[in-house]
Design a protein. Structure first.
Length: 357
């Protein structure tokens, strides 16, 4: 995204709030972007960061400030407002988690809404949360889907796939391989996927469940369910850098959030469809816009392990229909989620030519 914006003639600088150097900082510096890192460790340092940003903005006089994630939104938008930056943009990366679990944080969401002149909603779900729940003027809201290098998920070198298979022991005698990429938090619905897998094992005793991003605040409950499975039938991965290669190790992919607004976007919906993996979804986030049952995915109800198991069974029993759905899935995501389209819409927003969603 950064390189695309620069190629279009934007003078772009980055300010990162972080206690240490991160991969994104190294990446940006290696491409000769201007990068400033402000030390962030807690609430007091956030106040100090606002002061630092005031100085930076007074010296640099940016025309646009665009922030991402809560601390950066609070510090960046506040400093930009105080220094009269004319365009103050933030991308909303969460949906209803504050309304559901942290109601005291909703006031800070509303504060960011007030400070901003423009809000980027990566999905219609977020746009609706802003308009309906938080009463934001819809003239402030601009729908810009996240963009991806979609070809990187389809065209994966065999050597990379082999490396990932060997790394985790995902060999040919194990199958079908059911993939899940979701943190262990209750609303992600991993517990229902594990329950569904108990049924899948009855028909496919050599099946393997691969759980990636396998950590989170609901770990104890999920591990209790996993303890009921044969130890050789599941694999937990806390983090994998080569996700395109890992997707290619799956025969079927499952993502099952527990409500329509739980996901703000749901990157893995797009990734799995781009990777051409037969997918079982519940509708949440951007899946509300793109997933069509029996056309490009199998859509199941919330909290329904029996339906998940049945969908997996359908894919395995119907290879011709599965191939058609994979093809439709790829055609669905290609025109909507390219990095080129995202950059184009961002540039149009910055230039004031992008129409409201």
């Amino acid at each position: 995204m950064a390189e695309g914006l620069r190629a279009d003639g934007l003078e772009i600088e980055f300010i990162l709030l972080n206690s240490r150097k991160s991969p994104i900082e190294g990446f940006l510096k290696s491409r000769n972007f201007s990068v400033t890192r402000l030390h962030l460790t807690g609430k007091m340092s956030l106040l100090l960061n606002i002061v630092s940003l005031l100085g930076i903005f007074l010296i640099r006089r940016p025309r646009i400030v665009h922030t991402h994630l809560m601390e950066a939104n609070l510090a960046g938008l506040a400093a930009a407002w105080l220094t009269c930056v004319p365009m103050r943009v933030y991308t909303r990366h969460h949906s209803i988690i504050h309304h559901q679990l942290f109601p005291e944080a909703v006031k800070w969401d509303r504060f960011c809404n007030w400070l901003s002149t423009h809000i980027v909603a990566p999905s219609e779900t977020i746009a609706n949360v802003l308009i309906i729940r938080e009463k934001v003027d819809d003239k402030k809201i601009f729908l810009i889907h996240h963009g991806f290098d979609l070809d990187s998920f389809r065209d994966v070198a065999v050597t990379r796939i082999s490396t990932v298979r060997e790394k985790y022991g995902i060999f040919g005698e194990k199958g079908p391989v059911i993939g899940c990429v979701a943190r262990y938090t209750e609303w992600k619905g991993v517990q229902f996927i594990v329950k569904a897998f108990q049924e899948i094992l009855q028909k496919y005793p050599h099946a393997l469940l691969v759980l990636c991003n396998a950590q989170g605040d609901y770990s104890a409950a999920i591990k209790e369910l996993l303890a009921k499975l044969p130890s050789h039938s599941f694999l937990e991965i806390s983090f994998e850098e080569d996700m395109p290669a890992l997707y290619k190790c799956f025969n079927i992919f499952v993502h099952a959030p527990t409500g329509s607004e739980d996901e703000a976007f749901g990157q893995i919906y797009v990734e799995a469809m781009a990777a051409e993996i037969p997918s079982v979804f519940t509708l949440s986030g951007v899946a509300n816009e793109i997933a069509r049952n029996n056309f490009n995915a199998i859509v199941v109800g919330y909290n329904d392990p029996e339906a998940i198991a049945g969908a997996v069974d359908f894919y395995l029993d119907n290879p011709i229909k599965t191939a058609a759905m994979i093809k439709n899935a790829r055609k669905t995501v290609e025109p909507k989620f390219s990095i080129v389209k995202m950059n184009s819409r961002l540039i149009s927003l910055y230039k004031g030519t992008l129409l409201m969603s």
